[in-house]
Design a protein around this ligand. Sequence first.
Ligand code: PXG
Length: 441
Amino acid sequence: MLQTAPIPNNLEAFWMPFSANRQFKKAPRILARAEGMHYWSHDGREILDGTAGLWCVNAGHGRPEIAEAVKAQLLELDYAPAFQMGHPKVFELAARLAAIAPQGLDHVFFTNSGSESVDTALKIALAYHRVKGEGSRSRLIGRERGYHGVNFGGISVGGIVANRKHFGMMLAGVDHIRHTHDPAKNAFTRGVPEHGAELADDLERLAILHDPSTIAALIVEPVAGSTGVLIPPKGYLEKLRAICDKHGILLIFDEVITGFGRLGTPFAADWFGVAPDIMTTAKGVTNGVVPMGAVFVKSDIYEAFMNGPEHLIEFFHGYTYSGNPAASAAGLAVLDVYQREGLLTRGAELAKHWEDALHSLKGLPHVVDIRNIGLVGAIELEPIAGEPAKRAFSAFVKAYEAGILIRVTGDIIALSPPLIIEEKQIDQLIETLAGVIKSLD
Ligand code: PXG
């Protein structure tokens, strides 16, 4: 099979998303092929995938079962209108997803991405209160450093400054609780940090400030991913749940990254034993191969919409491609793989080896913190004075040259390999990364 690919003659027309376009186009990193734990670069080098693509290829690359299911579906029924019509696989997929979801989350609304899942969840929350006769609940609360995709709802509740500052006023009536990162107390913690559960009280403060009767929902990532892996302190999510319950605020977990086995349980809600009212997912639902997102809601939320004349649409929302046949077929085949190979809990078996390997990097130059949970890890580097993000970006480029794919955000290296990774591949990833870190200026 083809192991190399030509660099396209014209790199100019494509405006690359979330990329340093000029740097890339001077020294392109083109991927030619992928299989299992590896990519192959355009010039035929094997690259160990330390990030499951972009946190999505949980079952590893090039799975023939998934490709064949999508091909068969496209030949049988390529597209079915998503509104007022259905096709078998979307119902089957929703039922199978509901069966593995945390308890009570037994209805599924399909989207095409994490960003759409988030905006869908926010709209469900607002509309839910309205259909229940509590239309005054129109405020949405997010958290500093949160990442909830790039659509207007998501950046409004999100807390990553660079993703917000260019885009005007966004949604009105949004506020944010504080983030949970406290390196002074928690640096180099293995797993869940001890300190910081009281940060959840910030929600109580906002509830008092705005009056609880104006607040529709709180959205948080159970483990913040994109901002550089922030693991919630012990007892923190439980406290958020309790405050939401006290005030009738819906709790939305954004599990776009943590869903589908990333922490060693099917969802982060399972890991922490805290159940949200709404849960957003994408990425791993199809192993990243066909765009799809899924929003899970509790029965009483779904049922609240099921009133009024039966011929009328209950929720004025949906996408042309919501639950489209190819994505649904991919989702079903992916669930088969996850279940056959035990991948939704495999991370738990590897977590200790992963943790030990990551923390072996402590003491290397510039390393100021290491964090881990399940099969997620982060290594925070001291920034170069006056040049934030440069040291980690250089680590990313050098790592790629050394044959490993890592992600960087600011000066934090994030790792989230496919859940099929073997212990010796964890060792290879971390040993190569150690060499890269030692070589940094
Ligand atoms: N919510 C969360 C928690 C996410 O992590 C989204 C929503 C948006 O998903 P879409 O499918 O619209 O991109 C995400 C996406 C990274 C990285 O390296 C993270 C994401 C996407 C790309 C890169 O941290 N998360």
